[in-house]
Design a protein around this ligand. Structure first.
Ligand code: 13P
Ligand code: SF4
Length: 305
């Protein structure tokens, strides 16, 4: 049952001809009023298909809303809280990429979609955790500068013969750093029939403790399709909220209850309502950067098809 505020939001959304896009890490009450919930790749694909809507409310972090803008220049993309930044995206400024390119002139630059627009403009192609291996394998270059997530770089290096060079040296997500194999072991002992799903942003030893290493969209598919009933989820806690909401007969348990992306949680229903009413906070990208960044985003979407 939706509450009064949620009903008001749905009414306003209709009046404004708006669409609400939502990442899997948003709290349940925002997931409930979203038109579309997804992982980073699914949100990029959805953003590339927004034609008839006048206003896009993006309940996610800065790089996601910027990607939606890059794919829809001129469209009004708003984010309910302007402070919702992804700290990992800020670990790789464009000048660091230019320096790495000078050191490795024959390498291809593959960047995680969790990057600033200025970094995307320096990439040959982008990737997400759902398609990183496919993207790297599609390239002719044998040396790949890969950033900013060192753990995702490690994950890719386990599935390719290519040389994967992480840039910067220690790019990481503070939320996925919170997991450790000892906690997973305790949960495995408590729930011996559970399947352990972990995100590739986790440290290598956590990835090795999992049964599957998956993007958040991959986790949803795995839980939907698995014959198992219990899942230990090694990613941000609200992924489990979505899994449990959509799979009432199954149980998904966060591998660490305190793995909360505070940045994602800056959005609230009140702020979503404010975004619809006042069309704030508008996300834009300077045109010269957006034009360059579009090439690397589009190339990823073309390879992912
Ligand atoms: P995915 O939803 O693409 O798996 O990414 C997780 C994440 O941390 C996004 O910031
Ligand atoms: Fe960034 Fe990590 Fe939050 Fe994802 S979970 S938005 S990578 S800080």
């Amino acid at each position: 049952m939706l509450n009064e505020l949620q009903k008001e939001i749905l009414k306003l959304k209709k009046e404004k001809n708006a669409i609400i896009l939502c990442h899997n890490y948003q709290p349940g009450e925002i997931q409930e009023i979203a038109d579309f919930i997804g992982d980073s790749l699914e949100l990029c694909i959805k953003a590339s298909q927004i034609k008839t809507k006048d206003l896009v409310i993006f309940c996610g972090v800065d790089f996601m809303a910027e990607t939606a803008y890059i794919l829809n220049p001129g469209k009004k993309i708003v984010i309910p809280d302007a402070g919702a930044e992804c700290p990992m995206a800020h670990m790789l400024p464009a000048n660091e990429i230019r320096k790495a390119k000078e050191r490795y002139p024959n390498a291809a630059v593959v960047l995680y979609v969790n990057t600033l627009a200025e970094a995307k403009a320096e990439a040959d192609v982008l990737c997400t955790s759902a398609n990183a291996i496919k993207i790297v394998e599609s390239l002719k270059e044998e040396t790949i500068l890969f950033g900013p997530d060192k753990n995702l770089a490690w994950y890719v290096s386990q599935h390719t013969k290519k040389e994967i060079i992480p840039i910067p040296e220690n790019g990481h997500c503070y939320v996925h750093k919170m997991f450790n194999p000892a906690d997973i072991l305790i949960l495995k002992e408590k729930y011996p029939d559970a399947s352990v799903l972990v995100h590739p942003e986790c440290d290598p030893e956590v990835q090795q403790a999992g049964d599957y290493v998956l993007s958040t969209g991959g986790m949803l598919k795995q839980v939907n399709e698995s014959s198992k009933d219990i899942f230990i989820i090694g990613t941000e806690i609200d992924m489990s909220t979505r899994l449990n909401r959509e799979n009432p007969g199954k149980k998904s348990i966060p591998a660490f209850e305190e793995a909360i992306c505070e940045n994602m949680k800056l959005h609230t229903l009140e702020k979503v309502k404010n975004s619809l009413l006042n069309e704030v906070f508008v996300v834009t990208v300077p045109e010269d950067i957006a034009v360059k960044a579009l090439k690397s985003v589009q190339r990823m979407l073309d390879i992912s098809r």
